[in-house]
Design a protein around this ligand. Structure first.
Ligand code: IDP
Ligand code: MG
Length: 138
């Protein structure tokens, strides 16, 4: 079934000038970009986006990282989008990521790992709505 997922190019990816390259990888993998923007989150916004991780030991550091510069959230659409995006992103830790995945190619560490991707239908719904309203998703 065709579905939407939320991807984010994180501050490290934007700073390294990887935005275009990563968008190309999505398009080459059959994703349609239904919405895209560049935003710089406040701490409060980043804490809200990652509320699910608020008890984790890396939460504070993750929020600092995600607010150190602009990010590029986008809505991706295709068959099996959530799983397919997770597949081409690669594992959270680039050391464990498969060859050719975005994180294997570009990530520095388990934290500075270039991209975010929704991990379920439920999180995709929350995350898409966090950044975009229905008039912005085309
Ligand atoms: P995911 O991005 O692959 O879904 P999650 O477990 O949901 O991974 O973690 C969210 C983000 O938190 C990761 O992408 C990464 O930036 C950061 N993170 C996850 N685990 C660690 C860790 O052990 N140390 C530091 N940062 C982490
Ligand atoms: Mg996650």
């Amino acid at each position: 079934m065709a579905e939407q997922t939320l991807s984010i190019i994180k501050p490290d990816g934007v700073k390294k000038g990887l935005t275009g390259k990563i968008i190309s990888i999505f398009e080459e993998n059959g994703f349609e970009i239904k919405a895209i923007k560049k935003v710089w989150l406040t701490k409060k916004q980043a804490e809200g986006f990652y509320y699910i991780h608020k008890e984790r030991p890396f939460f504070g550091s993750l929020v600092d990282f995600m607010t150190e510069g602009p990010i590029v959230p986008m809505v991706l659409f295709r068959e099996n989008a959530i799983l397919k995006n997770r597949e081409i992103m690669g594992a959270t830790n680039p050391k464990d990521a498969a060859e050719g995945t975005i994180r294997k190619l570009f990530a520095e560490s388990i934290e500075r790992n270039v991209v975010h991707g929704s991990d379920s239908l439920e999180s995709a719904r929350f995350e898409v709505a966090f950044f975009f309203n229905i008039f912005e998703i085309l």
